[in-house]
Design a protein around this ligand. Structure first.
Ligand code: SF4
Ligand code: SF4
Length: 397
């Protein structure tokens, strides 16, 4: 089933129904001098321009997290300190699985988020990246009761989860925790039927439990704005004037029972294109859906690594491997076939730390929301790139 064939399963007046459907995801904010280091400081001046234009255009939802570098601090300067608190919704998340050794430390993350953003309360507060072995950490630390307490105290107006695992796991979590009011899910046209991400099945599971969905990764970490040439051609043949990102956004905008759709915008041009898409939103026609189905088929033939560049994995790596940078270079090679350019990217984005340095400790795999077999994928990357350039300038594809 495709997204636009779903019927509304939530009652009229569901939580978040009136929130404008483009949300500002604050995970990939622009860095000063466009630095690519994950901890490089955010360019607050450029973010300010984006926040101002976003609000001016009538959109109101902002999604940050403690795990997004200096995103919470940046949103304090650019949003919270400048606009009335009632004029926007702010969401953040508690990633107990990053850096908390005790329940007290994990619970203290909420106060840190309140202090860092200055927001007084969060409209939407989530346990971050529920799924795989991470769920047990939230269970062991008593984070579900903590979430309920935060709601009772009015610090969290609505409580929920962001989720990365398969549909039966979501079904179990929502059965055990009916207090969850909404679910944030990765949904896009490539992952709708994907074996691991299961966007479509997860979406239907959330609705089965009566939970509205906040959509994340609609453009799959930017990949669907710059897909392989033959995928792009499918869209360009259908409508040469529409941006490639607009197709991805229209696919998810057709879904019912959605609170908002988070686009992780990194510059003002992306924001303007996204705003244009949502201001003149056109429902998908039957022929539009057929175009997307064709693009899905071409995309699925590429064998790309489903990395979204979230960087959760390399926070844990004892060898400081820049895992998403390495995977991006592999995907670049698989998409465009230019070894020299992909190898240049491998050296640049990987900061010169080779995939071969991986010691197989497995820390990264425990954090990966996409469930990627990182160790084995790094071996493939090493076989492709960790070669003597003189001997192997242009390997076979
Ligand atoms: S398995 Fe390799 S890449 Fe993953 S954390 Fe360990 S050393 Fe780093
Ligand atoms: S490998 Fe997984 S955890 Fe690492 S950046 Fe990619 S999606 Fe995120």
């Amino acid at each position: 089933m495709n997204g636009n064939q779903l019927k509304t399963m939530l009652p009229d007046g569901y939580l978040g129904q009136d929130i404008p459907k483009l949300g500002f995801g604050l995970m990939r904010l622009p860095k000063i001098d466009d630095a690519t280091e994950r901890d490089a400081p955010t360019d607050a001046a450029r973010v300010q321009q984006m926040v101002d234009e976003f609000l001016d255009a009538g959109f109101t939802y902002f999604d940050t997290a403690r795990a997004y570098g200096d995103s919470e601090a940046t949103i304090k300067k650019t949003l919270v300190d400048k606009y009335p608190r009632s004029s926007y919704q702010l969401a953040t998340k508690n990633a107990a699985w990053i850096g908390a050794k005790t329940a007290e430390e994990a619970k203290a993350f909420l106060q840190t988020s309140l202090d860092t953003t200055g927001a007084e309360y969060f409209d939407f507060y989530m346990l971050h990246n529920i799924g795989a072995a991470r769920t047990k950490i939230f269970d062991d630390f008593g984070m579900w009761d903590f979430l309920n307490d935060a709601k009772r105290q009015g610090i969290a107006k609505h409580i929920g989860i962001s989720f990365h695992d398969q549909a039966p796991v979501l079904d179990r979590v929502l059965t055990e925790h009916p207090e969850v009011e909404f679910v944030q899910l990765q949904v896009n046209y490539v992952d709708w039927n994907a074996a691991y991400v299961q966007s479509g099945a997860c979406f239907e599971t959330a609705h089965k439990h009566g939970k509205p969905v906040i959509i994340m990764e609609p453009v799959k970490g930017g990949l669907l704005a710059n897909p392989p040439k033959d995928v792009a051609k499918v869209f360009e043949d259908a409508d040469p004037d529409a941006s490639l990102a607009s197709w991805a956004l229209r696919f998810v905008a057709d879904l019912p029972g959605v609170v908002t759709i988070l686009s992780g915008m990194s510059n003002i041009e992306q924001m303007r294109d996204n705003i244009k898409t949502f201001k003149g939103l056109k429902p998908l026609s039957e022929s539009d859906s057929a175009v997307i189905e064709r693009a899905q088929e071409v995309f699925n033939s590429k064998d790309l690594i489903g990395c979204t560049g979230c960087h959760y994995c390399d926070k844990e790596c004892p060898k400081n491997l820049v895992i998403p940078g390495i995977f991006n270079a592999v995907n670049q090679y698989r998409m465009f076939g230019n070894f020299k350019s992909a190898k240049g990217n491998y050296d640049f984005e990987g900061r010169g730390i080779k995939a071969a340095e991986c010691i197989g400790c497995g820390q990264c795999e425990r954090s990966c929301p996409q469930g990627l077999p990182i160790i084995s994928l790094l071996k493939d990357a090493s076989a492709l790139f960790d070669v003597d350039d003189e001997k192997k300038e242009e390997p076979e594809k």
